[in-house]
Design a protein around this ligand. Structure first.
Ligand code: CAA
Length: 258
């Protein structure tokens, strides 16, 4: 599925989605988020697509929530219409792996969108930050919650309380991103990782994503039990038999996603 503001390509089992409000640095307007959620939900419905690479435009992954719209917002509307919540919360519920390929600015909601993804690859020119404090607001799409989990308390406090941004290298050092690559290799590297993920059995990928995410919501004992039960359930899969047979027969597995 392709829309004007979210462009889609498909490469084998990987969907590549590009945010394309380029002249405005991809402010995350309701329209853009709705189009993104629709594109991601479409991927969820496609049995042959196992992973998504999400990227922005030349200058920005996304420069944050739409400041033009927010400048007119009052408390009643924000609260009653669940501003930010509606579309964004649906991204959290997606089950297939999403790899963020971040080049340029990933600020405010842009940084939060990257953190909603499962793997974050940054170009050397990427800039991450939670500048909301400079606008007189608190981050609203997870900056105060996901950044401490990804980068630790001190780094999160520094970013959120000062509004100062961090470079790709700083983001790598604090664990916000997995890898920094040259700008011109960003999409190739993200797609390479996407293809590496997508070649595996879909139910196993879904279970791994669910289990890693559960670690942020549960005690260690609960998380370990959850993982153990998924591990046990895996022995019901045809792909478990195939994966182990292929290893023993020294060949590549031919997964059937069952
Ligand atoms: N919302 C709406 N429009 C935005 C925008 C945003 N978040 N960010 C940039 N734009 C627009 C600019 O207004 C400008 O529009 P015009 O061409 O009509 O003037 C256009 O995009 C280009 O921007 P700049 O001229 O500012 O480009 P620059 O290269 O000089 O600076 C920048 C780039 C540093 C990213 C700067 O645009 C900037 O600081 N943007 C705002 C970043 C920000 O504060 N994000 C947080 C938003 S709040 C939020 O996200 C809340 C939340 O947690 C969900």
């Amino acid at each position: 599925m392709s829309t004007e503001i979210v462009r889609r390509e498909t490469h084998g089992k990987v969907a590549l989605l590009r945010l394309a409000l380029e002249n405005k640095l991809n402010p995350l307007t309701d329209e853009l988020i709705d189009a993104l959620v629709a594109a991601l939900q479409h991927v969820e419905s496609e049995p042959d697509v196992h992973a998504t690479v999400l990227t922005g435009s030349e200058k920005a992954f996304a420069a944050g929530a739409d400041i033009v719209a927010m400048s007119k917002l009052d408390y009643q509307t924000a609260f009653c219409e669940e501003y930010i919540g509606r579309g964004w919360d649906r991204i959290r519920g997606l089950r297939k792996p999403i790899i963020a390929a971040v080049g340029g600015y990933a600020l405010g909601g842009g940084c939060e969108l990257a953190m909603m993804c499962d793997i974050v690859i940054a170009a050397s020119d990427a800039v991450f930050g939670q500048p909301e404090v400079k606008l007189g607001i608190v981050p609203g799409a997870g900056g105060t919650q996901r950044l401490p989990r990804a980068a630790g308390k001190s780094t999160a406090m520094l970013a959120c309380l000062t509004g100062e941004s961090m470079s790709a290298q700083e983001a790598l050092l604090c664990g916000l991103v997995s890898k920094v690559v040259p700008r011109d290799g960003l999409i190739d590297e993200a797609m390479r990782i996407g293809e590496q993920v997508a070649r595996h059995s879909l139910p196993v990928l879904l279970a791994i994503k669910e289990s890693v995410n559960r670690s942020f919501e549960s005690s260690l004992s609960e998380g370990l039990l959850f993982e153990r039960r998924l591990f046990h359930a895996g022995f019901s899969l045809v792909d478990q038999k195939e994966g182990m047979a292929a290893f023993l027969e020294r060949r590549c597995p031919d997964f059937v996603n069952r």
